[in-house]
Design a binder for this molecule. Structure first.
Ligand code: HAM
Length: 448
């Protein structure tokens, strides 16, 4: 049997319901905040990622799926979306109509990491990118949007970690001091850090090797070296977040795994999936657009890991179900749906058929096919069954599918021009004629 590639997986229909509900909630939210959707290719020239994410990052050094196409061009399956969105912004000269562009995109990314729970080689991201705004208000607003998304999904306690990485002005001074510090710790650093340290000392601060982490506890931080512009910017981000009651922690160790960031960076951390991991990350990339041969324009954005977010949301829904099961005297439909999340819970609820047609006999099967198609077109979720099984076993199937109504259509009933339509909840029965039953069903189901 041929199976999926390691680190790749299917999202099965029972999970897709949840994924679609999250995607819809996110896109509605983005649209409330004036974002528009952009769809970008999943493959780009390797150079785009190497130049933007950075040659000495883990992603570019060891995680990209890169291969020559038949003509020898070097191509890469996108490991992230920001580089592509920036490329598109430049290529289509988007800034010329309005320098401010707010874009979102949802789709698969590819990184050849070691697979584990919450870490895949094909994973999905919900991305938001904003161009043309230098104001710190937009930095705060992106974190506010993440906070609001969590609320609309019924999640609480977003743990936002924020930091500032400085800019072209203040970064060199900081790097100089960091390098001096690193030189004093050389014997404790891993090979990777030693190799990268001169070219890109900031990368060492993101190293996951325990000996490096220990050696770098007292490393100088960017926060101690911000120029007045960066410092004011960061102060405003923090004060605005406070005023809007968005919780955050300043985390001077948050440098992110991609090289294009300047000033504000942030991550949303979770322990819901076992070891602490990030469910979203982002930041400012004011120099990137110019570096990719575009105009001098500000940029900032984030990406949410949809696989991880879906796991967290699924856990939350399970917890609610468990609580409900413990509290059985409660009337149906009064589970603890968190405030602000009712739209999401409506989207995620299981959609069962409005009607199940049970045909008994050859003639009935053909008519059941015709009627169910017509009803489907009329937006009535109708199922039927052509297996020729008995009334008893098809009633069982209708029950299992949780159909609201059942229409029993045997050859005899068709001949007598009287089909039985049964309300499965109240057990009430109605008769509909076999000639043109669709309209009568629409009326009885209150759909006209
Ligand atoms: P990132 O931190 O590399 O940032 O990825 C963002 C999120 O994608 C992570 O927080 C995580 O939830 C998810 N993620 C990353 N790798 C995996 C994986 N192997 N399996 C499952 N989930 C994963 C970026 O990609 C930036 N482009 C974000 C950004 C947008 N910055 C500015 N604009």
């Amino acid at each position: 049997m041929i199976q999926t590639i390691r680190g790749f997986r299917d999202i099965l229909p029972e999970d897709t319901v949840l994924w679609q509900a999250i995607e819809k909630t996110a896109s509605n939210l983005f649209e409330d905040f004036g974002f528009q959707e952009i769809r970008i290719p999943i493959m780009e020239k390797t150079e785009l990622f190497a130049r933007s994410i950075g040659e000495t990052t883990d992603i570019v050094e060891k995680e990209m799926y890169t291969f020559p196409d038949r003509k020898g061009d070097k191509l890469t399956l996108r490991p992230e979306a920001t580089a592509s969105v920036v490329r598109s912004y430049i290529q289509h000269n988007m800034g010329s109509s309005d320098p401010v562009q707010k874009l979102y995109t949802i789709g698969p990314m590819f990184r050849r990491e070691r697979p584990q729970k919450g870490r895949y080689r094909q994973f999905y991201q919900i991305n938001a990118e904003v161009f043309g705004i230098s104001s710190p208000y937009i930095d705060a607003q992106l974190i506010l949007i993440l906070n609001e998304l969590f609320k609309r999904l019924g999640l609480s306690e977003l743990d936002a970690h924020i930091n500032s990485l400085g800019c072209r002005e203040c970064r060199p001074d900081f790097q100089k001091e960091l390098l001096i510090f690193l030189n004093g710790k050389k014997e404790h650093l891993c090979e990777n850090c030693l190799r990268r340290m001169d070219k890109n000392p900031l990368r060492t601060l993101d190293c996951k090797v325990p000996s490096c982490r220990e050696a770098l506890v007292d490393a100088p931080s960017t926060l101690g070296h911000l120029c007045s512009g960066c410092s004011d910017h960061f102060e405003t981000v923090k004060s605005v977040l406070k005023e809007q009651s968005v919780d955050f922690t300043v985390d001077k160790t948050l440098v992110r795994g991609l090289d294009y960031y300047s000033r504000t960076t942030f991550e949303i951390l979770t322990t819901a999936l076992g070891a602490q991991s990030a469910v979203a990350g982002g930041g400012r990339y004011d120099a990137l657009i110019k570096e990719l041969d575009g105009p001098e324009t500000y940029g900032i954005g984030f990406a949410i890991g949809l696989d991880r977010l879906a796991d967290i949301v699924a856990q939350m829904i399970n917890d609610i179900k468990m609580k409900k099961a413990e509290n059985t005297d409660r009337p149906e439909g009064t589970e603890d749906i968190p405030k602000n999340a009712s739209d999401f819970f409506r989207l995620v609820s299981v959609k069962s058929p409005d009607l199940f047609i049970i045909p008994l006999g050859e003639k009935a099967a053909r008519l059941a096919y015709m009627w169910s198609s017509e009803l489907n077109i009329a937006r009535i979720r109708t199922e039927t069954d052509y297996s020729g099984r008995s009334l008893k076993s098809l009633m069982k199937r209708a029950d299992k599918l949780n159909a609201a109504y059942v229409l029993i259509a045997g050859d005899q009933e068709i001949e007598d021009n009287a089909l039985v339509l049964r309300d499965m909840k109240t057990k009430e029965q109605y008769f509909v004629t076999a000639e043109n039953p669709v309209e009568q069903i629409e009326t009885l189901l209150n759909r006209v």
